[in-house]
Design a protein around this ligand. Structure first.
Ligand code: C2E
Ligand code: CA
Ligand code: CA
Length: 759
């Protein structure tokens, strides 16, 4: 009797226990299903995030580094979650979702790869053909999976509730339930094994994926110890992943100090994310610059660590380095540029006071660089600047530095010039270095430079010191070239005056302050007046008459020479016509007008000349335009313009012949009528044998080319006799007349007429 009871009790107890167990297991199952549904919802959110990033990248046609990092991090955490989820459930809906997710992720990666290569069209095609359909699929699959798990959860919950109600009634059912439980236990065991297999497959799968990704992914614990790292780490730092795991992340950094701080802050705040720029040590080589995005996922149920996404940016850093170098250096000479020089100067000045040092600046400028550039070409000019840069660098002591400020301007920083003597010594060395002959285009040239020195005192800043050295350089230049000058305060005033003068010049035409003086040109054999040259003068209201050498360079710099030159042309032709009217017999045969380079390049110049001739009623051959070698700058432009002028019938003279570098070259290229031998040869024609020889050669050459010759600057009888002996056609100079007013020209015409009558 007992036995059956005991058996029954035991049975009932067993049934009860089994029922209880069943109910609670069903509850747990329901809970797990809910959790899985929630996780899938989270993954769904990740899919939408990826979709938003992908959409934006396609719209922009490129992938920003931030978006790249974001996508990589989202993919990694999603994949990790999926791996863990598949370990917990073998539901077909979840499986379908996992497959759909991977298909979508793969499509997005594919698309990003094309976008990063800049192949936007193909990326858009992938977007349409792969990404969009995969997205539709994955959203559907995720919804299905959520619904399936929720339904399963609801089902389990309901069963559990009914189970407890029918607990006492259906013992048999319970026994069947018990049997079923055995069954289910068997199934659960099989499922666990399957899920373990899936998990292992998933990890394998993840490792395969990350092993082929361009970024390296690592996971650390809260203390920064690496618990997992993708295999690409070996390509990055030359150490296999297996050896990296277990080490501390910061041990791999060349300079971990700043990173330690940042990493500590991230580790302390769940969910925190930050970027690091560090240099990782590399086995047996130079370190590698990386950018790391660090995300604290310690709280994350599946990741449970700090995820570090590492990207090799050494190419970018190298490019940045090159750009930085370019920004601070002159590409031609490789020397520091103005920005770097000013920076160094500021530093030198800042530390000078404390150390009792006196920095000084030398401002160096080539003399006549423009002429070299114009006559030998820009390549030769560049070669000269390079050579000069090398020489200057070689001249200096280690503590001093040299920079190219632009054009033919160089600057030297002397860290401590002591008293000015030291700076002067350096300036002398610099001048000597500049003056040593250079080989350019197969010829040896002697170029010179001018140097301005400015010494710092406690109050000077970099800009001021540089400006003072510049001002001193200008003073050195106007002293005659190839010299140096120390800055003095009054030089500043001279510069200011120059600036004022420039401003005054812009108003000179309108105020009628310009006028012309005329210098006769005579026949050498008879001293007969054959022509006049118009020479510009400026009657300045405060300074009196200013000579052209003092304001024409200024007018050339500012471009004012074009309207001024137009005025000269009109005034000179008008005056010439007036003489012809007033003295139909005896008036000079031509009027010479000087033309600056900028005028030749002015597109309206030929029209100006034509209209001046027409207005004055001149024969075109009565106008001679004088151009200097150095004004024939850009040869092609000048050539066209000179040809046009000649087709008008005006004559062309090459002025100051022999004083530039390429006189013969110009004669070969440009159609000239008259050659004006520079004053510097004519003066020495009886005293300096070389000048005599060169003058003779020039006259002979002009004769051979069918050009007329004017010898300029004849001041005494001796050169005139020599020129007569050399059969030079025309001459001009103080011996015959200084530049005079129009009325005085009339007087000269009359005097010549009277002499002729008397003869
Ligand atoms: P340039 O064309 O060579 O003109 C001759 C210069 O030599 C004139 O100086 C003249 O006064 C000076 N000169 C003439 N005979 C003698 C002499 O026997 N001995 C000495 N020592 N000098 C003599 P100026 O008038 O001061 O003109 C200087 C330069 O200014 C001219 O040199 C010319 O290049 C430029 N210039 C003058 N007027 C104009 C102009 O209207 N337009 C342009 N673009 N330049 C002009
Ligand atoms: Ca002239
Ligand atoms: Ca001349």
């Amino acid at each position: 009797m007992r036995r059956p009871l005991i058996i029954a009790t035991l049975l009932v107890a067993a049934i009860f226990a089994v029922m209880m167990g069943g109910v609670s297991r069903l509850g747990a199952q329901a809970e797990r299903d809910w959790k899985i549904a929630t996780d899938v919802t989270q993954l769904q959110a990740n899919v939408h995030r990826l979709s938003a990033l992908e959409w934006q990248a396609v719209a922009e046609g490129k992938v920003s580094p931030a978006a790249h990092q974001d996508v990589a991090a989202t993919l990694v955490s999603s994949r990790l979650m999926l791996v863990r989820l598949r370990g917990r459930s073998d539901s077909a809906a979840l499986e379908r979702f996992a497959v759909a997710f991977e298909r979508y992720a793969g499509a997005v990666e594919h698309e990003f790869a094309f976008l990063e290569l800049g192949r936007v069209d193909e990326a858009e095609q992938i977007d349409e053909e792969l990404v969009d359909p995969a997205f539709a699929l994955v959203t559907r699959a995720s919804a299905d999976s959520v619904a399936a798990h929720r339904a399963a959860a609801r089902r389990s919950g309901a069963t559990a509730r009914t189970g407890s109600v029918v607990l006492g009634v259906l013992a048999l059912a319970l026994i069947i339930g018990l049997v079923a439980r055995f069954h289910r236990t068997g199934r659960a065991l099989a499922a666990a094994r399957a899920s373990e297999r899936a998990r292992r497959d998933g990890e394998e799968w993840l490792r395969g994926l990350l092993g082929n990704a361009s970024d390296t992914v690592a996971v650390t614990d809260a203390a920064g110890r690496l618990t997992w790292v993708s295999e690409t780490v070996e390509q990055l730092i030359g150490v296999p992943a297996t050896e990296v795991v277990g080490t501390v992340f910061t041990e791999h950094m060349e300079d971990p100090e700043a990173a330690v701080h940042k990493l500590g802050a991230i580790a302390a705040a769940p969910g925190a994310r930050d970027d690091l720029q560090v240099r990782l040590k590399r086995a047996g080589g130079r370190g590698v610059d990386v950018e790391a995005r660090v995300t604290n996922l310690l709280d994350h149920p599946t990741v449970g660590g700090i995820v570090v996404n590492i990207r090799d940016v050494s190419d970018r850093t190298a490019l940045e380095g090159r750009l930085r170098h370019q920004a601070l250096h002159d590409p031609l000479t490789g020397l520091a540029n103005r920005a770097l020089f000013e920076d160094r100067l500021e530093h030198a000045l800042a530390s000078a006071g404390r150390a009792g040092r006196h920095p000084a600046v030398l401002f160096c400028d080539l003399d006549d660089f423009k002429t070299i550039n114009d006559s030998l070409g820009h390549e030769a000019g560049d070669a000269l600047l390079e050579e000069l840069g090398r020489r200057l660098a070689a001249t200096l002591r280690d503590a001093d530095s040299v920079a190219r400020l632009g054009g033919d301007e160089f600057a030297v920083l002397i860290e401590d010039a002591g008293d000015a003597d030291d700076a002067v010594a350096v300036a002398e060395r610099v001048l000597a270095a500049m003056a040593a002959p250079v080989q350019l285009r197969g010829r040896e040239l002697a170029v010179h430079g001018s140097v301005g020195i400015a010494m710092s005192d406690d109050a000077t800043d970099a800009q001021t010191l540089l400006r003072q050295a510049d001002v001193a350089m200008y003073a050195a230049k106007s002293d005659g070239k190839g010299r140096f000058r120390l800055f003095e305060q009054r030089m500043h005033e001279a510069v200011m005056q120059r600036l004022e003068l420039k401003a005054d010049l812009s108003r000179a035409i309108d105020r009628g302050e310009l006028f012309l003086a005329y210098q006769p040109i005579v026949a050498v054999d008879s001293s007969r007046l054959v022509g006049v040259e118009a020479l510009l003068r400026w009657r300045h209201p405060a300074r009196g008459v200013v000579a052209p050498d003092d304001f024409i360079p200024m007018a050339e710099e500012s471009g004012l020479i074009v309207p001024i030159g137009r005025w000269v042309l009109q005034e000179a032709t008008r005056q010439f016509a007036r003489w012809k009217r007033e003295r139909p017999h005896g008036a000079p045969g031509h009027i010479s007008v000087n033309v600056a380079g900028a005028q030749l390049h002015d597109p309206g110049f030929t029209d100006d000349v034509a209209s001046a001739i027409a207005h004055a009623g001149l024969l075109p051959g009565e106008l001679i335009l004088e151009v200097t070698e150095s004004s024939l700058i850009d040869e092609d432009g000048s050539e066209a313009s000179l040809a046009e002028l000649r087709s008008l019938g005006t004559r062309l003279a090459i002025d100051d012949f022999g004083s530039g570098y390429s006189a013969l070259n110009y004669l070969r290229r440009f159609p000239m009528d008259i050659l004006k031998i520079d004053r510097s040869f004519v003066n020495g024609v009886t005293t300096v044998p070389r000048d005599a020889a060169l003058t003779r050669a020039m006259i002979a050459m002009a004769a051979a080319l069918g050009l007329d010759v004017v010898a300029e600057g004849v001041e005494r009888d001796e050169p005139l006799c020599a020129l007569q002996a050399l059969h030079c056609g025309m001459a001009q100079g103080f011996l015959f007349s200084r530049p005079v007013s129009p009325g005085e020209v009339l007087g000269l015409i009359d005097a010549a007429g009277a002499r002729a009558d008397a003869a």
